[in-house]
Structure formats: C-alpha cells, structure tokens
Design a protein around this ligand. Structure first.
Ligand SMILES: Cc1ncc(COP(=O)(O)O)c(C=O)c1O
Length: 366
C-alpha cells in the first residue's frame, strides 16, 4: 500500500477533451435546458426570470454558494430543518416555517445524491402556492418514482462544478416551467479555458507528477478571476459542450452503478461505534461520497484526522447556514458531526478505505 500513502480518494473519472458518447444535454429527461456558468448562477436565472421576490425557504444544511444569487437579487433566505436520517428536507419543518414567514419559493435539495421526498414536497408546494425549485446539483442521474431528480416542481438545475457527481471544471443546466424567450449572454472564453486547465491539472491529474508551483499558480488565477470577473450571465463556449456531454454520458452510466455498489459495500462491511453511514431512504441514488455522521463533533474531527493521516481525503460537511437553531433541532444535533469522503470507482481504494476504517474502530478510544 506504499503507493497509496499520498493518495486522496478523489479524482473525477470522466474528464476528457474528446467529444465521445454524445448526450444531448439540451433536451435531457424531457425538459428544455439552458446553460449557466455555475449552479449558483443557474439558480440566479431561475429566480430572476421567474420573478421570485421576498422570502425563499432553503435548507439550513447545504453549500453556502446558494446564498450568492439570493444576495444578488435581494431575496431573503429563511432556513428549514433537515431529516436526521438522510439530511434531506424535513417536510413538517417546511410546512410550519413556510407558513410562519409567508415565503414565495422553496429550494429542495437531494443531498449527497440521495433523493428527497418529492411526493410530499410537490404536494405541499402546490397546496400553498409556493414556487418549487429542484436543486439537483448533487444528484444528477438519481431517480424518485421513475422521475429524475432535478425535474420536479416548477424549475430545476444541475451543476458540473468540481466536487459534484457530474464533476467538471464549471457549468450548469437549468429549466423553468415558463422559459423567458431571450437571454443576452456575456462571453469570457479565455476564463472558461483557464477553469478547464486548472481543473485538468489540479483534479484530473491529481496523482501525476505536476509542478506544485504550476498547481498553485492556476488555483490562484482561478480564485482571482472568480472575484474580479462577472460570469453570471456567461453563455457556453463551443469547446465546453462536448466535454459536459461526455461527463454526463460517463458519470451517469457505468460509473454511477459502480459507485453505488462501492458505497453500499462499504456500508455493509463495517460498523463503527458512535457513527452511522448516510443511505438513500427512497428512490435510486447517485452516491458519489461516503458520508458518515458521528454522534459528537470531536469524534468526527478525530475520524477526519485519522483518515488524512492514512492518505485518505476526508473533510467535514457543510457549516450550517445559521446559528439560530430555535426552529431547527435536527440541524443543531448534527452540526459539525458530518464527515465526507469522496468515492472513486476503484475496488483497490475501496478495500483500502475499509481497512483504514476498521483500524480506526480499534483506536477510537485512544
Ligand atoms: C446543492 C448545491 N446547490 C448548488 C450549488 C452551487 O453549484 P456551483 O458550485 O456550480 O455554483 C452547490 C455547490 O456545491 C450545491 O452543492
């Protein structure tokens, strides 16, 4: 296992410059899709063109970038609680808080590729006349009742940013029940190219011998350009289309089946006292991370440290988007207790991960 010493368990599988296995993204899953440069900007377009104003209900546990379009459009976020078992929307919390705050829209997320309870969500949104946005950023390819996550409600989107089940350098696709006719796109082709090179060197070639200086320089450039240039209205560049299409063809086919198997196999192989594995409660998942919930923050931190020391990339889950937990008891309970381990389609790495988790189980009390 010497060669695994420095290895993180994460490398996007399906990035290529070759236009192969073409998937027509624009008419996938029976919807008409439009491009946005990032998931957050897909949400921006949905909110802007659907004329959402006032308050929106969003999960308290989700990537904080969803707050960016809300700030841009002056929409106030109100937070709903999540379920302890799958970290998806807690239906009674949505109903109670939504009515209390007179909200106009609800953002629904299928966390970590596990489908949310869309049946109940569509019902309460219809009943209360709330605009429902299906955020499928973490769950493209997952299904509930034969329908794809991302296609429920009044609008939806997917993201192709690094760290997603459909990981790429950038890009997103969104749909709305009422599409506005024309959008005036901006263009930053060189910037899109820069994102691609950074992703290629720092993610796809993560295990290759590339100069540290080059890696750092590219990351800094991306960080800088992200702050300076406004790409929220950017259109797709010609070179990106086949790449995104290829990413989808690959990551929603064989890789999805293998990763689901790998995750389920790890879950069945091991029990760790004081910890539990996140599983799909319903539908067909797209598992791209192994998610562990510890009963205490300290235990979660101990696990992350242990995995990192043994050459496995692991990080803590998202920070809660508010510290006011008065109406959010479940969020309060798991705050700081979530551990994320990205998965690769490799049986060798799966076995290594199981071995290290078993080792952790024996030194848990040290
Ligand atoms: C659930 C969810 N929605 C939206 C986003 C925003 O996507 P992007 O990073 O492409 O802007 C993320 C990003 O992590 C996410 O996890």
């Amino acid at each position: 296992m010497k060669n695994l010493k420095k290895i993180d368990i994460f490398r996007p599988e399906c990035f290529t410059w070759e236009p192969m296995d073409y998937v027509d993204l624009y008419s996938l899953y029976g919807k008409k899709w439009r491009y946005a440069s990032k998931g957050r900007y897909a949400l921006y377009h949905i909110l802007k063109y659907s004329n959402i104003k006032g308050k929106i209900l969003i999960p308290v546990y989700v990537c904080e970038t969803v707050l960016i379009p809300l700030r841009l459009l002056n929409i106030e976020p109100i937070f709903y609680d999540i379920n302890l078992d799958d970290l998806n929307a807690n239906i009674s919390s949505i109903e109670r808080i939504g009515k209390q705050y007179d909200i106009s829209a609800v953002l629904v997320v299928s966390m970590y590729g596990n489908p949310a309870d869309y049946e109940s969500l569509e019902t309460i949104c219809k009943k209360n006349n709330w605009f429902m946005i299906d955020d499928g950023a973490q769950a493209m390819g997952a299904k509930f009742n034969g329908r794809y996550v991302g296609t429920f409600g009044d609008a939806g989107f997917y993201s192709f940013s690094p760290g997603k089940p459909t990981a790429g350098p950038m890009g997103a696709f969104y749909w709305m029940s009422e599409m506005c006719s024309s959008i005036h796109y901006t263009r930053h082709k060189w910037l899109h190219k820069l994102f691609y090179y950074e992703f290629y060197i720092n993610r796809v070639k993560i295990y290759d011998n590339v100069s540290v200086l080059l890696r750092k320089l590219l990351s800094l450039l991306v960080l800088f350009t992200n702050k300076v240039f406004d790409i929220k209205e950017d259109g797709i560049e010609d070179f990106e289309q086949p790449i995104l299409s290829h990413i989808c063809a690959k990551s929603l086919g064989k890789y999805m089946i293998v990763k689901n198997k790998i995750r389920n196999n790890i879950i069945q192989s091991i029990e760790i006292p004081g910890m539990r594995f996140l599983k799909a409660k319903r539908g067909k998942e797209n598992a791209y991370k192994l998610v562990i919930i510890a009963k205490e923050k300290l235990l979660a931190q101990k696990l992350i440290k242990f995995l990192n020391k043994n050459g496995i990339y692991a990080r803590s889950g998202y920070s809660m988007l508010t510290c006011d937990f008065a109406l959010l008891p479940n969020a309060a309970q798991i705050d700081g207790c979530v551990v994320e381990i990205p998965l690769e389609c490799s049986v060798r790495k799966k076995n290594f991960l199981i071995k290290i988790l078993k080792k952790f189980r024996y030194c848990i009390n040290e």
